[in-house]
Design a protein around this ligand. Sequence first.
Ligand code: ZN
Length: 375
Amino acid sequence: MRASWKLTRIAGIDIYVHVTFLILLAWVGLSHYLLRHRWLDVAEGMVFIIALFAIVVLHELGHALMARRFGIRTRDIILLPIGGVGRLERIPDEPRQELLVALAGPAVNVVLAAVLFAVLAASERLTALTDMTLVGGDFLSKLMWINVSLAIFNLLPAFPMDGGRVLRALLAIRMNYLRATKIAARIGQATALVFGLLGLFVNPFLVLIALFVWMGAAQEASIAQMRAALGQLRVGQVMTTEFRTLSPRELLSEAARKALAGYQRDFPVLEDGRVVGVLTQENLLSGMTARGLDGSVSDAMQTSFETADPSDMVEPVLARLQASNCRALPVVREGRLAGMLTLEGIGEFLTIEAAMDARRKRQPGATRFARKSAT
Ligand code: ZN
């Protein structure tokens, strides 16, 4: 992530801190100073924030280490002023695994709260939540209450909180993943609505959280929809098989003429039947700007591109396509071009699939739409 620094590496996972976190640190320091004009308060406030974020890192490590038990790696953990974000490489497919990964974070807070409670009770320093003050007060008591509130907040049954994932995983044990996500997202949005209404009377900050939760739920539902629609499909079923090709020696004027003649935006470039490049609409336009219409396709085309086999599953190929800087992906079987996979093509496929899905609901038993049968 841009504008973040690598802080450290724990258990093979890089921990980054975002620059805006320093702004938060400065704000906390300043607000502590303005209250009583004492530098000791400033130091205490900053140590407290740093301790708070150490707890957040431990929470994220809880998720990451549980995910590792199921063979899922975590790319990194980024600390933002709103909390920590652990980027897992993928979501576990098994509902039971997702349940354990989601629970592992809040479980860390429960354990930390219990340990702090034991220490405080043994030394008779326990302070009630109502006696807490922003400045001063017992440091360990504050940390204990922070852990209690983090556990409760994260277990709210709403995406993008851990509780939303727990709820989805529990539902997914009994029904399919898409239905489970839809129900979990609806419960999450109902929770957000309650939060938002409460916030209007109590604290405007709650309205902001409610908005964040509402959008998180909607996003989770649409990702699940796309995963469900593409989940069982192979590249051969989604690729376009009717397209024009170019030769590397052709002029850009000819490529432009072919682009204008139809709806195709990205062209595979073939030489002796082999794919040697891809000319996307962007390549064509920048090529025409740089070389004019007399430039050749070979000068403007992209020579580094991803390819796939028709029998590959769509989901991982789509991830590769989105990560590469070429929007079109030639599908090659035994060295020969079999089709093209583009984001627009997949989008079009999903639109038709959704229409067929609506029809299937009214008429169970109707067959699933596919451009081509599975190969
Ligand atoms: Zn979490």
